[in-house]
Design a protein around this ligand. Structure first.
Ligand code: ZN
Length: 280
């Protein structure tokens, strides 16, 4: 794709309405299709947290580190069966520093990096699936993974978000971080605790990995979209928000004070542990 990033963002803005229509039936139909990208790709799977780093917020009942590892191991199983080479940044309950996770990812060429996390918030009602990316090369992967995971989940769709998390910023290969729901939400927590739901999450993430090269920025209105094409998901660019805190405090406040109210609530609920990662 030879279009500039700013052009791409315009296209995505135009897509925001179309991408809201993301029927689960279509996802299910597409996930049955044969893989659309070669399994010669190495997939580096990063199970969030581990060891003394339990993940989530203090007092959280369900340990995030256990849920992320289980989904990661299931994803490994699905991808290995499909012929992919899989590398795990951790395959047991150990602490692995973020820099090590990034170094592992960057030691492979023709690889992609998939970080698995679950969200948490003080407000029990907070819920939904969100997928993060940073580099433009990672957007098709983020779009495809989010399309399948959010499309196949009963939870709310919190969208694709661009944000400078350490593991996304420092990796030189396409990298995404998927937040598979809120463990602090009673409904989503119960889902996460079910084996079949964690298997489904793994299957949907794998479908996104397989389908990432089918992501198209061409509107279906033009009629060129094929049955197995995945629409580019609209996204929220949170990198602007975090940098404005430091350098353009006043202008960002006046600009965003009215518009941002609804999204502010969602943003403030974003995983506290993920924020920690971003700072490191
Ligand atoms: Zn996490």
């Amino acid at each position: 794709m030879k279009i500039s990033f700013s052009q791409l963002r315009l296209i995505i803005a135009g897509f925001s309405v179309a991408s809201m229509v993301c029927p689960a039936s279509r996802a299910a139909q597409t996930s049955r299709d044969p893989q659309t990208s070669g399994p010669s790709t190495t997939v580096v799977i990063d199970a969030g947290h581990g060891g003394f780093d339990r993940g989530g917020i203090p007092g959280q009942r369900i340990p995030e580190k256990e849920m992320t590892l289980d989904v990661a191991q299931r994803l490994k199983g699905v991808l290995t069966a499909a012929g992919y080479r899989v590398v795990m940044t951790r395959d047991s309950d150990v602490f692995v520093p973020l820099a090590t996770r990034v170094a592992i990812a960057n030691s492979y060429r023709n690889a992609i990096f998939v970080c698995i996390h679950f969200n948490s918030a003080k407000r029990m009602g907070a819920g939904g699936i969100e997928t993060y990316f940073y580099s433009r090369d990672s957007l098709p992967l983020a779009s495809a993974v989010h399309y399948f995971v959010a499309g196949g989940a009963p939870s709310a769709n919190r969208g694709v978000r661009r944000r400078g998390f350490y593991v996304l910023r420092k990796t030189g290969i396409p990298a995404v971080l998927v937040e598979c729901g809120f463990l602090t939400n009673p409904t989503e927590g119960a889902y996460a605790e079910s084996t079949s739901y964690r298997q489904k999450l793994a299957t949907e993430i794998a479908a996104g990995i397989r389908g990432r090269s089918s992501v198209t920025s061409t509107s279906s209105r033009t009629g060129v979209a094929t049955d197995d094409s995945i629409p580019l998901q609209s996204y929220i660019d949170q990198t602007k928000v975090s940098s404005s805190k430091r350098s353009h405090k006043r202008s960002s406040r006046t600009k965003s004070s009215k518009k941002k109210k609804s999204s502010k609530t969602l943003d403030s609920e974003a995983s506290a542990t993920a924020r920690k990662q971003e700072a490191e």
